[in-house]
Design a protein around this ligand. Structure first.
Ligand SMILES: [Zn+2]
Length: 284
């Protein structure tokens, strides 16, 4: 089995800052025991394709990158382990169950549908299968991200976390916003609760300054990872960034489009601006 998570830290000689990026949804290693019945080109629309590549190189800025190698439809690190769709299981779930708005769309902890309409399996999953995915994939991902965040927090007394995602260019009938075109970028701080407002504004102002249309907390405001790690009153700042896929890829062909290189350069500049902000705010 491939390692479920890759951690890239700054190299020797690079000055470290308390900044962690994580890409939970860009993994491509579909485990052999998944056995989906849905065709791969539809299944793969659930991925945040290329997001790991768009943020590649943040270690050179003194930051850490944590990325999942497994696909989010197998098990989603951005959900709680209680977000269980019990009706999709062949047997009883013995742990606590707390479904979210995503659960009934088939996009809870273990996804069962794509876009709410394409079933991923022609069978019910067993509780043991789901538990195995938690133990072997979800937990190692959370442990790795938490370890990096806590190590830097204890060294600096503050931590800044960017949770990296991409979104389909349009919503659909199963999403909060419905079938409409989306902004170029959506920033999510769970309505101002997961980071200082200055952090969100720094990123928004950078992107708006480059001419992008930037929305905040709509139609996505951040889910489990920013909720878990963002506690601004403890100087822990966590912000979700959603990049509109039209800025870099063809969503049907799952291939880079002719805007990829420009967008990649903007993401590199944005990451440098974030690193400069963290450097100024974390001097020890
Ligand atoms: Zn995502």
């Amino acid at each position: 089995m491939t390692d479920p998570v890759i951690v890239t830290r700054p190299g020797a000689g690079t000055s470290v800052i308390p900044l962690v990026f994580d890409s939970p949804h860009s993994g491509l290693d579909y485990p052999a025991d998944m056995k989906p019945s849905l065709e791969m080109n539809i299944l793969r629309r659930s991925e945040d394709t290329f997001v790991d590549k768009l943020f590649k190189g943040v270690d050179k800025l003194g930051a850490v990158m944590v990325e999942a190698t497994f696909p989010r439809c197998y098990i989603d690190p951005n959900r709680t382990t209680e977000d269980i769709e019990t009706t999709a299981l062949a047997d009883a779930w013995s742990g606590p169950v707390k479904p979210s708005i995503k659960t009934n769309r088939g996009t809870g902890l273990v996804w069962t549908k794509i876009h709410g309409v394409h079933p991923i399996y022609d069978r019910k999953l067993t509780a043991a299968e789901v538990q195995g995915r938690i133990d072997d994939y979800w937990m190692p991902y959370h442990d790795a991200l938490t370890a990096e965040i806590e190590r830097l927090y204890s060294d600096f007394g503050g931590i800044w976390h960017i949770n990296c995602h991409s979104m389909p260019q349009r919503g659909d009938e199963t999403t909060e916003d419905g079938p409409v075109d989306r902004a170029d970028f959506v920033l999510g701080d769970r309505d101002g609760t997961t980071c200082a407002v200055e952090f969100t504004e720094t990123v928004r102002d950078f992107l708006a300054g480059r001419g992008y249309d930037v929305a905040v907390n709509w139609p996505m405001k951040g889910v489990e990872l920013v909720r878990k790690h963002g506690r601004p009153d403890e100087n822990r700042h966590s912000l979700q960034i959603e990049i509109n896929r039209r800025l870099y890829m063809d969503e049907i062909a799952l291939a880079k489009n002719d805007r990829y290189d420009d967008t990649s350069a903007v993401i590199a500049d944005m990451s440098a601006a974030i690193a400069a902000f963290v450097g100024e705010n974390s001097a020890v």
